[in-house]
Write a protein that binds this ligand. Structure first.
Ligand code: F0G
Length: 461
């Protein structure tokens, strides 16, 4: 009985609290105006519930905080590095670990070592920093996600999967010469936090092996992906999460990790690989961009929190709660009739703006308009994952209309309670009820790369 009702309850108690408060309506209007209508530019202290990202926003455990006190701040050879290395070897089976300050630091190091101008990097809807780094190296990202992922309501277990036919076509067209590696993002953030099946990863590995093309796991949310495999993939239900993580990693030559997600730390990341050759090729760029190979832009204490967090991120009680917590918001919104991308993602609920604000054209950024109103109505911050994020085509300079025009309500790990999510659901409903009066946005300032962070807008007349 106890086990039965325990299920997705918080498997922790709360020892420290951080007050939050709702600024007045008048203040919210001013803050939004000052931010050029871009919620990214609002100060955190003026947000009530912050669902901008699950990255670096999690609550560390008592064990992690205790680990911070055990930081060995030696420049070279800190004991915390060896703890991290041991954790990665134990959980993922990769022999070589190069710490980096966060995920994009790892991408920068890896891509500098492996990508040359004119290369292509296939994958399943690359995350924006991944795509931006590929393009920064004058390469091109090619999306090989299954077509079904473009239907926001198709209830399939593994909508993050790669289409093997598309992938092989890319391999045939460009060959090993022009493809430094393929990247599999699991779960697939830009595709709605959807998982990739173990079967699919194994097939990608097998196919890529035949063409001699290395495969890289973007493993920011690998633990959540493992949980979905356990719950949804045939024959996996009795396998411990740790073993699934091993099986996952075994499909890859290397991995980039943003530990700010599934290792539940506020900063950190790494590159891991089983190949001495790959490690040697990235090592010097690691030193150049991030710092010596045993600290990678982090303090010893950060490495310790990461080593400990990796274990907490694969704990099954934690994952049951985590995935259930996110799903709770998704089901609530769906039951209220909101257009929610289905099934719910591992780390976030995505709202379909093509349904929510059908009258706002994509180049007037309906997702940004929604986020502005959500903030005005409730102090809640969401984030656009759509045409603004997609950026412009490097060849034509035109906006790239997103296949899925989404707003992401991203749930930080172990931070908000179910009651907080009830409030969020009510806030979304409030915006829904006024949707006919919502106008689109026009850019007034637009940076050339990763424009969504700092772009400014005005309302369309
Ligand atoms: N890969 C994926 C799948 C990500 O989601 C992110 C970051 C990165 C790489 C880059 O890692 O932030 O540590 O440099 N995603 C955050 C988000 C920013 O909000 O989804 P980073």
């Amino acid at each position: 009985m106890g086990e039965e009702i325990f299920r997705d309850m918080e498997p922790f108690r709360i020892k420290m609290v951080e007050p939050i408060h709702l600024p007045s309506r008048e203040d919210r209007e001013r803050f939004l105006e000052e931010a050029g209508l871009n919620v990214f530019l609002i100060r955190g202290e003026n947000i009530l519930i912050d669902l901008l990202t699950d990255s670096g926003t999690g609550a560390m455990s008592d064990r992690q905080w205790a680990g911070l006190m055990m930081g060995d701040e030696t420049y070279a050879g800190s004991r915390n590095f060896y703890n991290l290395e041991a954790a990665v070897r134990d959980i993922l089976g990769f022999e070589y670990v190069l710490p980096c300050h966060q995920g994009r630091g790892a991408e920068n190091v890896l891509h500098t070592a492996l990508i040359k101008a004119g290369d292509v990097v296939p994958g399943n809807t690359h995350f924006d920093t991944t795509k931006a780094h590929i393009e920064h190296k004058k390469g091109r990202a090619i999306d090989c996600t299954i077509d079904e992922a473009a239907d926001p309501y198709l209830d399939l277990p593994f909508k993050g999967n790669l289409d093997l036919k598309k992938l092989e076509d890319v391999y045939k067209q460009y060959g090993r010469e022009k493809i430094p590696f393929t990247v599999v993002t699991a779960t697939c953030n830009s595709g709605g936090g959807q998982p990739v099946s173990l079967e699919n990863m194994r097939k990608v590995a097998e196919l890529s092996g035949r063409y001699g093309i290395p495969v890289c796991l973007d493993g920011a949310r690998f633990a959540e992906n493992c949980y979905f495999i356990k719950k949804r993939e045939k024959g996996m239900e009795n396998m411990p999460i740790k073993d699934i993580a091993r099986e996952t990693a075994a499909c890859f030559d290397m991995m980039t990790m943003s530990s700010k997600k599934d290792a539940i730390v506020n900063i950190g990341g790494f590159i891991a690989t089983g190949s001495r050759e790959i490690y040697d090729s990235v090592k010097n760029f690691g030193i150049l961009f991030e710092g010596f190979v045993t600290y990678g832009g982090l303090a010893g204490r950060d490495l310790e929190a990461m080593a400990r967090g990796l274990y907490e991120g694969i704990d099954e009680d934690y994952l049951t709660y985590r995935i259930g917590h996110v799903r709770y918001l998704g089901e609530k919104l769906r039951n209220m009739g909101m257009p929610v991308l289905w099934p719910p993602g591992g780390h976030a609920i995505y709202l379909d703006m093509k349904e929510f604000l059908p009258n706002i054209p994509q180049d007037q950024f309906p997702g940004m308009a929604f986020c502005a109103h959500l903030y005005l109505e409730s102090g809640v911050r969401g984030v656009e994952i759509g045409t603004l994020l997609n950026g412009r085509d490097p060849d034509t300079g035109m906006n790239r209309p997103a296949k899925l025009e989404l707003v992401r309500l991203t749930i930080p790990r172990r931070v908000y309670t179910h009651r907080h999510l009830d409030y969020v659901a009510k806030a979304v409903k409030k915006v829904w009820d006024m949707r006919d009066s919502i106008r689109g946005l026009e850019l007034t300032e637009e940076p050339p790369v990763l424009r969504h962070f700092t772009a400014r807008f005005k309302w369309v007349e």
